[in-house]
Design a protein around this ligand. Structure first.
Ligand SMILES: Cc1cc2nc3c(=O)[nH]c(=O)nc-3n(C[C@H](O)[C@H](O)[C@H](O)COP(=O)(O)OP(=O)(O)OC[C@H]3O[C@@H](n4cnc5c(N)ncnc54)[C@H](O)[C@@H]3O)c2cc1C
Length: 376
């Protein structure tokens, strides 16, 4: 009996597990290690923050999926690997042995180097923790809607922009519901680059943000966060901002334990994999989603890419267990991006073309996302 162990219930593993349920492998013992019971689907997260979806609508229930795939489920955190003995080291359980291992544990925003960032800000990942915090904040605002609130988002990538638009949307709904003035919210988006998102999208997105009175600060590098009565963000330019809460959505980085495993990683700590999604240093290990960087086909860290890796990952885990030749996977260079703007509208972008925002694209995005979730 061969042992296949999956760490993390990310997007690629969710698809691989579904396929393993439909096509069970004989003589294979399957194990999933996940630190959460319900794993989020990134495409619908912004909609959850805006208040358009319930928690269940945008989360995959891992115990049900594991049962379908006939996998043993450990709710635990992997904290290391013993690659000489082929074992996963867990926080709470005894080491779990494997013949073939697959890792899909996502990424976390980079915080470590800036004084005060870890102590005084709320990272958006792990998402499960961030969502708990967000739900709590919504309850607090509903209890005291007459109180002004100043929020800041550090990081103007796709995650930061979507967060700003959807936080704004949800809080506006609350202020309207409680007959409060809409300027109760002061929202800042701080970004170190000179534009948001790609060149072709920046103008459009900045206009939308500014039309909603979201303060966009470009070319601003945060170098310190302090806390007195309020939180104070300082930037290298001399800009300081006082805020009540700060959300941290900077560039993705890898969990530090991954770098200590002996697996070959890139400079940011992501596992380097070949076009079979197999570690370039340890052939018994596969990786997909944000935690993996394909050596010859690097792509942005996005849920869309993680989803697309699910099927080829499943194929190659199967081939590897059956000692058959692996199948190459070459990810698309460009694909359609639908960005929700928090008002049940979306922008569609592909290649040099970007259209919207309009409600037709939102309905299209909603259809694709709901269809994805229905399979679980
Ligand atoms: C605010 C925000 C909005 C975003 N919106 C979008 C969007 O609209 N579209 C898009 O494509 N991307 C979006 N992204 C990016 C997207 O979230 C990630 O690219 C995507 O989640 C990566 O998927 P994954 O499968 O690699 O990992 P994840 O989805 O992060 O899943 C990893 C899983 O592994 C678990 N795990 C982690 N560590 C361990 C461990 N040590 N042991 C066991 N289990 C572990 C986690 O709990 C989680 O369940 C957004 C990101 C943010 C922050």
């Amino acid at each position: 009996m061969k042992k296949l162990v999956l760490i993390g219930g990310g997007h690629s593993h969710a698809i691989a597990l579904k396929q393993l349920g439909i096509n069970p492998l004989s003589n294979v013992e399957l194990t999933l290690i996940s630190d959460v019971i319900q794993t989020p689907y990134s495409g619908m997260l912004p909609g959850y923050i805006a208040g358009f979806y319930s928690f269940d609508q945008c989360h995959i229930d891992l115990p049900s999926l594991a049962e379908f795939a006939q996998a043993k489920l450990y709710i635990d955190s992997a904290i290391g690997l013993d690659l000489a003995k082929n074992q996963v080291i867990c926080k709470n359980n005894a080491p779990i042995p494997f013949d073939i291992l697959s890792i899909d544990i996502g990424s976390t925003p980079k915080t470590s180097t800036i004084p005060g960032a870890i102590k005084y800000t709320i990272p958006v990942k792990p998402i499960s923790q961030f969502l708990q915090y967000w739900d709590q904040l919504i309850q607090e605002i509903k209890q005291n809607p007459q109180e002004k609130i100043r929020l800041a988002i550090v990081g103007g990538g796709a995650g930061g922009v979507e967060l700003a638009l959807n936080i704004h949307s949800h809080l506006m709904q609350i202020y309207q519901q409680f007959n409060q003035p809409l300027n109760q919210l002061e929202l800042h988006l701080i970004h170190s680059g000179n534009r948001l998102l790609s060149e072709r999208l920046s103008q459009k997105v900045e206009t939308i943000l500014r039309n909603r009175d979201i303060h966009v600060h470009l070319n601003q590098t945060v170098n310190q966060i302090e806390q007195n009565q309020v939180k104070i963000i300082s930037c290298t330019s001399g800009l300081t901002l006082e805020c009540d809460r700060i959300f941290w959505v900077t560039q993705a980085s890898a969990s530090p334990w991954v770098q200590e495993t002996g697996l070959t990683t890139d400079q940011r700590g992501f596992i380097l994999v070949n076009h079979y999604l197999q570690s370039i240093s340890h052939p018994q290990v596969f990786a997909a989603g944000d935690i993996a960087t394909m050596v010859n086909y690097p792509r942005p860290k996005a849920g869309g890419f993680a989803v697309r890796q699910g099927q080829p990952l499943f194929e190659n885990l199967k081939q590897s267990l059956q000692e058959k030749p692996l199948k190459p996977f070459i990810p698309q260079k460009e694909f359609l991006i639908l960005i929700g703007t928090g008002d049940k509208k979306a922008i569609a972008s592909k290649g040099g073309l970007n259209l919207g925002p309009n409600s037709l694209f939102w309905r299209w995005k909603d259809y694709i996302d709901q269809k994805f979730m229905k399979q679980f």
